[in-house]
Ligand binder design. Structure first.
Ligand code: OGA
Ligand code: MN
Length: 348
């Protein structure tokens, strides 16, 4: 799903790629400090202001409609993208804080996998270790005593967190705070194998936590075929820091595309691009804010989509409502310059 850095010339010219380039972050090199260049967001659909207008006078504007359903908040649809649903502010501030905490504290815990598994094997307590200023070190192991079995085994004791003062004894080390900044994804429930781009049911896994299942079932409601209940089986949690983006892609590894992907945004505001079946079509750009929920079902499952930009500056991030909610500073520190996306899927 993550695009490789090598994007061939052909795809450089598609309408989707052009939109990604329009919205991605560029820096003004003439300034001493790294300052992002201003971006023209005049064509970005803003469902928060559509909601305000709707609440005020019942109007939603051209190309947008309101779904008739018994959800407790307005659910918006785009006339040109059947199967796509946008629920602005679907999560309360308390819910947003709760899922930000969970995303940092418990979702990256083994047996859930993260992008760090490939390099370091399973890592426990990443967030707490970063808070405590710990360092991940690999112990020096003389070659003649290394047995292949241990190297490939999942419980390879090669890497562990130690106090900063013990760093000097290690042959390799990386601080937990650096690893936290480089955390890009974790997978819940059935584990998605990024190298093969499919679900690997043989990998050990825990069920998706019950509270997240209940939330996803409730959120999926507006996009579900009448009388059916969404069955959350897997979730991918994406972590975005300054300058990170998610290239245009399709999520096509799930069996039944009539079932929605439930996608929740937390933290800094982002721009989401929703294309069509081909990258040649011009995508629609829209803002995603903390607490927004997006559903993609049916035809919308076949639409290219991605996140070319997140806004980490205080003025544009739009996360001031989270400031007073977090009593523990480390969460606030993280989320001030980050975005988290939890997307939940029914695989079978
Ligand atoms: C994904 C995805 C969208 C987002 O992880 O497949 O499309 O809002 N995420 O981050
Ligand atoms: Mn996706």
């Amino acid at each position: 799903m993550y695009e490789s850095d090598v994007i061939n010339e052909e795809s450089e010219r598609t309408a989707f790629r052009k939109a990604e380039k329009k919205y991605k972050i560029y820096y003004d090199n003439t300034k001493k400090k790294k300052v992002p260049k201003p971006v023209d967001t005049s064509e970005v659909v803003d469902f928060s202001s559509i909601l305000d207008k709707y609440n005020c006078n019942g109007e939603v504007g051209e190309g947008v409609s309101v779904l008739k359903c018994d959800f407790d908040r307005p659910v918006f649809c785009l006339d040109s993208r059947p199967g796509f649903y946008f629920i602005p502010g679907a999560l309360s501030v308390e819910e947003q804080c709760h899922w930000i905490r969970e995303s940092l504290l418990s979702f990256p815990q083994p047996p859930n996998r993260t992008n760090h598994n490939a390099m370091y094997g399973p890592i426990e307590d990443l967030f707490i270790s970063a808070e405590e200023g710990k360092v991940l070190v690999s112990e020096e192991r003389p070659l003649d005593r290394v047995d292949l079995e241990t190297i490939v085994s999942k419980s390879d004791p090669g890497w562990k967190f130690v106090e900063e003062s013990n760093r000097k004894n290690a042959c390799n080390s990386v601080s937990a705070s650096v690893l936290l900044r480089k955390l890009r994804w974790s997978t819940l429930g059935l584990q998605f194998d990024w190298s093969k781009r499919n679900y690997n049911v043989s990998l050990p896994h825990k069920k998706i936590p019950d509270a997240l299942c209940q939330l996803a079932k409730r959120m999926a409601g507006p996009a579900m075929p009448c009388g059916e209940e969404f069955q959350p089986e897997a979730a991918i949690v994406n972590y975005f820091g300054i300058g990170d983006m998610l290239g245009g892609h399709l999520d096509d590894m799930e069996k039944d595309w009539s079932k929605p992907i439930v996608s929740m945004s937390l933290g800094c505001k982002a721009i989401f691009l929703l294309g069509e079946k081909s990258r040649e079509h011009l995508p629609i750009a829209m803002f995603l804010r903390s607490g927004d929920v997006v559903l993609m079902a049916g035809e919308a499952r076949e639409c290219f989509h991605g996140v070319p930009r997140i806004f980490t500056d205080a003025e544009n991030a739009e996360i001031s409502h989270l400031e007073s909610q977090f009593s523990d500073l480390p969460y606030l520190d993280y989320i001030r310059t980050s975005r988290i996306n939890i997307n939940i899927r029914q695989v079978y």
